[in-house]
Design a protein around this ligand. Structure first.
Ligand SMILES: [Zn+2]
Length: 346
């Protein structure tokens, strides 16, 4: 627009030029008053006048790496413009499958914080951090202080007694890493992120705390929606691609049955598949959940065998590039999951 005006001035007499410039200046001033007069903080430094007081500086104060999507989302929401947040596991890749390569890790050396899930989701972490030879990077375990569920739950045809026995046996077994799918445990992870930000950048404490307060409200709202929608549902069992919903199931009084184990690679035996078919028939399960980053082969096989339908549920282990560009985040996907759960448990 500016260029267009200049072109016009050059064709006009001098006096007209001056009048129009004064008029345009007055318009600009009026516009600034209406817009609150604040020049944008990120404006080019050479451009006067300089901003007087600003709520936040334009340049990020800390550089933060996260391992996978949910932590990336929470860190971005707490850090706002004061934290530069990156993610190691690329879009469309499951953190269960991902392993770092030297190229991906070069950026880590310059980072202040590395936020990770823990509970076995990132088995490569210790080795990688050890090999970085930097004293600057602080690894932050976001599940510190959360009591994990352990082991693989009882098979589909499990009786309550067998389940109790299995729980005791599981005490020494591998922890279940999928805490982020319980909104209130995800809130605890976000609290750990907040603490690490405040420690790394104390000058921005109030800013981070204000962002966190908004985020906390979102987690509590989501929890309330789950509670309200899922109480008193006709069914309590749901079948998922891999065992990622134990914390969510425990929070809302449901029971997940996995086609695969704690990671999608832990494929079922022929006997376990036969048990699943029996369970689907015995409980009149109408839908099988399929998750986006895993092959639908087994879910389709079970659906064909039993006549059950397939619905999508997303354990948020990573969003696809098209989901990110569509503006999806942890909260929108969790709400989509709730709609699907509601439908399957009717
Ligand atoms: Zn998983």
């Amino acid at each position: 627009m500016a260029n267009k005006n200049i072109t016009i001035y050059n064709l006009e007499p001098e006096v007209f030029k001056l009048k129009r410039i004064i008029f345009l200046l007055a318009l600009c001033l009026a516009g600034m008053l209406l817009a609150g007069c604040a020049p944008r903080p990120a404006a080019t430094p050479a451009e006067p006048p300089a901003p007087v007081t600003l709520a936040a500086p334009a340049a990020p104060a800390i550089k933060v790496y996260t391992t996978f999507y949910p932590l990336y989302d929470f860190a971005g929401k707490i850090g706002g413009e004061r934290a530069e947040v990156a993610k190691l596991v690329p879009p469309g890749v499951s953190p269960h499958d991902w392993e770092p390569d030297p190229g991906t890790l070069s950026g880590l050396k310059a980072a202040d914080l590395l936020l990770y899930n823990g509970l076995g989701l990132e088995p490569w972490l210790d080795k990688v951090v050890g090999a970085l030879e930097t004293t600057k990077l602080i690894p932050v375990n976001t599940t510190e202080g959360i009591e994990p569920l352990r082991g693989v739950p009882c098979g589909p045809a499990c009786t309550p007694d067998e389940e109790e026995k299995k729980k005791k046996e599981a005490a020494g077994e591998l922890p279940d890493p999928h805490v982020w799918l319980d909104p209130l445990l995800a809130l605890k992870q976000a609290e750990r992120i907040l603490e690490s930000f405040v420690a790394a950048d104390p000058d921005s404490e109030q800013y981070y705390r204000a962002n966190f307060a908004v985020l906390k409200g979102q987690f509590e709202q989501l929890d309330a929606e789950y509670r309200e929608a899922l109480q008193g549902k006709a069914r309590d069992k749901f079948i998922v691609t891999h065992l990622s919903f134990a914390y969510l199931a425990e929070r809302y009084g449901l029971k997940q049955v996995g086609i695969a184990g704690l990671s999608p690679q832990a494929e079922p035996t022929a006997r376990e598949l036969a048990e699943l078919v029996e369970l689907i028939r015995a409980y009149g399960i109408r839908y099988i959940f399929q998750e986006p980053l895993v092959s639908p082969r087994l879910a389709q096989m079970l659906a064909a065998e039993t006549g059950a339908g397939i619905l999508e549920i997303n354990p948020l282990e990573g969003l696809l590039p098209e989901e990110i560009s569509a503006g999806k985040d942890y909260f929108s996907v969790m709400r989509e999951n709730l709609v699907q759960l509601y439908r399957a448990l009717e």
